[in-house]
Design a protein around this ligand. Structure first.
Ligand SMILES: [Fe+2]
Ligand SMILES: [Fe+2]
Length: 326
């Protein structure tokens, strides 16, 4: 059987549970939080006072922190890239099967859309941001797309999304904790609710992979190995500013996140370990020879990465982002 036909069959089989996944890992729209639950209401006469308070509290936020928050926001705002990528994956068909996997992708997108919306409005009101520079970066990032090495393979894509949802959970959780440290309770709450969405989404994608491991273990193992060999790139890896080369702003953003401890190479390794654990990789034995080699490679990887991480230094130099108002 051709590879993609087998993938298609597995996706059909696991996709029988779409309604269950939908109810288990997404929240009903009517009771879900919306960005306006956290932001000043412009129809209210206290609006300007509340905005003033947001601006006063935002003055305390350090430079790197604002830069990371902007990078996080732009990453969330590039959601069109992620949704259009996912609907193109083998087994996801919005025309012929709108209530199959495509329904999951729509529901997930609908929840994710609130993240960039909330952060963007907050940053706009904060008075700390050169909005035009930030918006230009967002337009660039969506126009540039991304290159995540998954192809149209559902196995590789769900490894990627499992990893990414965990990574965004960590970074939003850390920006929430730091906001509290800077006495910004509103911002802390905002980052906290986004982080918990990311965790629910991570659980969903991890469950998809667990289900695939049950029916196609060797191919699933090889796909996982392939993604980890290539390294998981961040969705905003092409991030740039006006007049800056593609991807260059991303490395400054990622340096700032490392300096702040919002997302580090150690986090990457710990996510990897948590996935090995979650999918009980060491105990999977019904594999072909290539699958067994892939499993052994994966089990040995965290220690290898730790040795590399010990040798890498975090750049201490602060970069001047065009996004931040002087
Ligand atoms: Fe998100
Ligand atoms: Fe997410």
């Amino acid at each position: 059987m051709e590879l993609s036909n087998l993938r298609l069959e597995v996706m059909k089989f696991v996709g029988q549970k779409i309604d269950y996944f939908f109810d288990e890992f997404l929240k009903p729209i009517e009771t879900n939080w919306q960005p306006s639950d956290f932001l000043p209401d412009a129809t209210n006469e206290n609006f300007f006072q509340e905005v003033k308070l947001i601006q006063e509290n935002a003055r305390e936020l350090p430079y790197d922190y604002i830069a990371v928050l902007i990078g996080d926001t732009i990453t969330e705002e590039a959601l069109p890239t992620y949704e259009s990528w996912l609907v193109d994956v083998v087994g996801i068909d919005q025309v012929d099967e709108p209530n199959g996997w495509a329904k999951w992708v729509r529901g997930w997108t609908a929840e994710e859309n609130r993240h960039g919306d909330l952060l963007n409005k907050f940053l706009y009101l904060s008075g700390r941001v050169n909005m035009r520079a930030m918006e230009t970066s967002t337009q660039y990032l969506i126009a540039d797309g991304f290159d995540i090495g998954t192809g149209r393979d559902p196995y590789r894509n769900f490894v990627y999304t499992s990893f990414q949802e965990l990574a965004t959970n960590i970074s939003h959780r850390r920006t929430a904790t730091l906001a509290k440290k800077y006495n910004n309770n509103l911002l802390s709450k905002m980052c906290g609710v986004i982080a918990s969405d990311e965790m629910r989404h991570a659980k969903a994608y991890k469950t998809f992979i667990s289900n695939i491991f049950e029916v196609d273990p060797s191919e699933m193992m090889l796909a996982f190995e392939d993604m980890m060999k290539k390294k998981i790139v961040m969705p905003a890896h092409f991030l740039r500013e006006s007049g800056v080369k593609i991807g260059q702003t991303f490395s400054h953003f990622s340096d700032a996140a490392q300096r702040l401890g919002v997302y580090t190479t150690i986090d990457y390794i710990e996510i990897m370990e948590s996935l090995l654990d979650e999918w009980k990789i060491s105990g999977i034995t019904n594999l072909n020879d290539a699958g067994e080699r892939a499993r052994d490679y994966l089990m040995a990887l965290p220690n290898r990465l730790r040795r590399v991480a010990e040798r890498t230094k975090v750049p201490t130099l602060e970069y001047e982002f065009s996004w931040i108002a002087s």
